[in-house]
Design a protein around this ligand. Structure first.
Ligand SMILES: C[S@@+](CC[C@H](N)C(=O)[O-])C[C@H]1O[C@@H](n2cnc3c(N)ncnc32)[C@H](O)[C@@H]1O
Ligand code: SF4
Length: 401
């Protein structure tokens, strides 16, 4: 006899609806995923009191032109994914759910929920393609300033942050900063792995980070080191092994160029062996990469999709035919603590400290920026974030090349 299943959200699961997608996150599991907007119809029906089959019937009513079996198979796949990610549990009896929806009131505008923080612009490496042109001796904010900024971002409703750089481990108090940040946010760290030794790995293993992301461009030193510097591959792969042995959640991030696109299957296998997530970033023509020859850039991204992990961010951007993270409610914060539309853009709103509410001055000289953009659209977004915690939705990334 088969038992009736009643899906119910696990403790601490929350959903943030956006105009074009929705975020689901679990504070307990320290993870988030991005689902399509249509998934909200399904999430709405998970009351704890309806069985899986009753939910299918209710959702199917919204899609009279689609066969019931198709709706059923799609929903069961989604339900399985949510169970795997521990957002959902299945009961054999009906129970009551707690309310999981946040910020329902601003459904028609993109809500800023995450920030990509460039904690330092300094770097020990000089990667040929670095969009950030990191490497020189740039000033850094003291920890007390970053704490103020983090508090302010939290109070504006942001829930997810990525600490990146430059190389974050050049920031002297990076471990203290991570320890503080993980108390408030779901945090991931993006590093070249060079400085991760046993001591640092142990400290990281005591934190509850979503992932430590390490850049690795191939499974052998040759290609990786030719782009990122001699000895960098060994350091990155050792760091991955060290963290994996200490059960720290890891993610490999591979910048895909024409030089490594035949190595993606091997990178996939290496990631699986380590139990790492995998994310592919196609080389973009920003920063130092703007002077690289066309023989480095790929045009066919099919292979990238074939070997990618089930990365919901990429999948959703793909579904929406977008490339812009800011459409998903993400902003960049520069090493000076200023808000930027995303981390690929320059720090040209030089007075827009993330923790201070300031209006953009129309007379500001934006021409100092070498980024050719529709600055008015970008400034609208920044004003929106500072004043009411939302940004206006745009169809296309204003920074797209
Ligand atoms: C700017 S780095 C900062 C974190 C750390 N220093 C590192 O390299 O992992 C963040 C990620 O951006 C990637 N990246 C740098 N320049 C890029 C470009 N032009 N196009 C695509 N990805 C790029 C890097 O490979 C790295 O995975
Ligand atoms: S990609 Fe990362 S490691 Fe390489 S120069 Fe840029 S910041 Fe440094």
């Amino acid at each position: 006899m088969s038992l009736i299943k009643y899906p119910v959200f696990t403790n601490g699961t929350k959903v943030i609806p956006q105009p074009n997608c929705c975020f689901i996150y679990s504070w307990q599991q320290k993870r988030f995923d991005i689902f399509s907007f249509e998934s909200l119809i399904f999430l709405n029906e998970i009351t704890g009191e309806l069985s899986s089959d009753q939910i299918v019937d209710k959702v199917a009513n919204n899609y009279p032109d689609i066969a019931l079996e198709t709706v059923k198979s799609d929903l069961f796949k989604l339900q399985e994914f949510m169970e795997k990610r521990e957002y959902l549990a299945v009961n054999t009896n009906p129970v009551s759910n707690t309310d999981i929806f946040e910020y329902q009131d601003s459904i028609n505008r993109v809500k800023v929920v995450s920030a990509d923080i460039e904690i330092t612009k300094n770097c020990n490496l000089r990667c040929k393609y670095c969009f950030d042109e990191a490497g020189k001796k740039f000033p850094e904010l003291p920890l007390s300033e970053w704490v103020k900024i983090l508090d302010s971002l939290y109070n504006k409703g942001l829930r997810f942050i990525k600490i990146s750089g430059g190389e974050p481990f050049l920031y002297p108090e990076i471990l203290e900063l991570l320890e503080y940040a993980q108390e408030k946010f779901i945090v991931s760290l993006s590093t070249n792995g060079y400085f991760i030794d046993e001591n640092i790995a142990r400290r990281l293993s005591t934190m509850h980070l979503q992932a430590v992301q390490i850049s690795l461009d191939s499974t052998t030193a040759k290609i990786h080191d030719s782009l990122r510097g001699t000895g960098s591959w060994e350091k990155a792969s050792n760091a991955l092994k060290l963290l994996s042995n200490m059960n720290v959640p890891i993610r490999i991030s591979t910048t895909v160029t024409a030089k490594n696109c035949d190595n993606l299957a091997d990178i996939r296998a290496f990631a699986d062996e380590l139990g790492a997530e995998l994310s592919f970033e196609v080389l973009k023509k920003n920063g130092r990469a703007s002077t690289m020859g066309s023989d480095y850039f790929i045009t066919d991204t099919d292979k990238v999709k074939q070997y990618s992990s089930e990365s919901s961010t990429h999948k959703i951007l793909d579904e929406l035919h977008m490339t812009c993270q800011s459409q998903l409610g993400s902003v960049g914060i520069s090493y000076r603590g200023n808000i930027k539309p995303c981390n690929l853009t320059e720090d040209f709103f030089s007075h827009q400290r993330a923790d201070v509410v300031v209006k953009i001055d129309d007379k500001l000289d934006y021409t100092k920026s070498s980024v050719l953009v529709n600055v008015n659209a970008a400034s609208e977004k920044v004003i929106g974030l500072l004043n009411d915690g939302t940004i206006k939705s745009k169809d296309k990334c204003i920074f797209e090349y």
